[in-house]
Design a protein. Structure first.
Length: 344
């Protein structure tokens, strides 16, 4: 009888580790705010009878700090490509091997084997885009294709500028503005970056994530921002335009990963595969207004995304984009020191 009891206990434990997570019908996703299509989530919930909960964050560093503490209760996270190697190296992600999932065939070839996650062992594409400026052109009539909007703010925009609080985006912009290269460790350039940011900050009204609402309502007249956010702002107010800074701008991607301590890992794997289906990726893009890296998804997006100036980088600016990358630890430390000083 003891042997039978032991066998039953072992069998139950094995089932719990492999199948019961799905049977529990839950999935907890930690994602950037206002970045997930409610209709797409409902489609997943209906298909798999899984209750999905979304918790928002406003920066890569916020998400990383929260999960580093342990016991977050989240199953999935959506880090940017320059942060993915950090998550992997710290053992925070579960190796789910999306490259072997059924829908991986839909991932665009250029995104199947990215440097930040070779062979897609951990992540699947969520969205990709650029970092630039957004300006209400009813308020300001000058050139918006420059980081001067943020770092040498025109008089018409002083006290009306927001900066989205993503550390690497802000510092990278200031590095490019000062003639440096992304992830530079050049102390002369970084001193200029520090001085530029400190001098510019008095002209800003806020450092907030929620630009779609506040640009649309007129609380902000300009901001550093991402292209999909700018697209959604323009839909609220046609006078809002997206600028590609002539000093250079960063191309980035965000990627869906499963946490190492996920309690609902099987459901999380289902969701990774689900998001590589063109119809689902297209539905999600129709909400957040970014490209997604899934071939065939365009036919499932709103017609106004085709040829949109925020999505298709104009030819005159295409060569100015630089890829997002993970900086060396010593450079990350210097970035953090600058960022900490800027928060004072």
């Amino acid at each position: 009888m003891k042997r039978i009891t032991a066998i039953i206990a072992v069998t139950a434990a094995l089932l719990a580790s492999t199948g019961f997570a799905h049977a529990e019908g839950e999935l907890n996703i930690y994602n950037w705010g206002n970045y997930t299509s409610p209709d797409m989530i409902k489609k997943f919930e209906d298909a798999y009878k899984v209750k999905v909960t979304i918790t928002d964050y406003d920066s890569n560093d916020t998400a990383l700090a929260k999960v580093r503490q342990g016991g977050s209760g989240f199953d999935m996270v959506v880090p940017s490509q320059n942060y993915v190697p950090i998550w992997i190296s710290e053992g925070l992600l579960l190796e789910t091997d999306p490259g072997k999932m059924e829908n991986f065939k839909n991932v665009a070839k250029e995104w199947q084997n990215p440097e930040f996650d070779p062979a897609r062992k951990f992540t699947v594409p969520w969205a990709m885009g650029t970092v630039g400026t957004v300006v209400n052109t009813d308020v300001y009539k000058g050139d918006i294709n420059t980081w001067d909007i943020i770092f040498k703010t025109p008089d018409e925009l002083k006290g009306k500028v927001n900066v989205v609080p993503e550390m690497t985006d802000v510092i990278d912009a200031a590095v490019l503005y000062n003639g440096g290269t992304k992830c530079t460790g050049d102390l002369t350039i970084l001193k200029k970056v520090r001085d530029t940011l400190v001098a510019a900050k008095p002209n800003w009204v806020a450092m907030e994530y929620g630009t779609i609402e506040k640009m649309g309502s007129g609380d902000f007249s300009a901001s550093s921002d991402w292209n999909g956010s700018a697209f959604r702002q323009r839909l609220k107010n046609p006078a809002i335009k997206y600028g590609y800074p002539k000093e250079g701008f960063v191309n980035w991607s965000d990627n869906l990963a499963v946490l190492k301590d996920a309690k609902n890992a099987e459901n999380a794997k289902l969701f990774q595969n689900f998001m590589m289906d063109p119809a689902n990726a297209g539905m999600n893009s129709g909400f957040h207004r970014y490209a997604n890296g899934i071939a065939g998804s365009a036919e499932f997006m709103p017609a106004d995304m085709k040829g949109a100036p925020e999505i298709d980088v104009p030819a005159e600016f295409a060569s100015l984009g630089v890829p997002s990358q993970t900086c060396a630890p010593e450079v990350q430390e210097l970035y953090t020191k600058i960022w900490t000083e800027l928060q004072k």
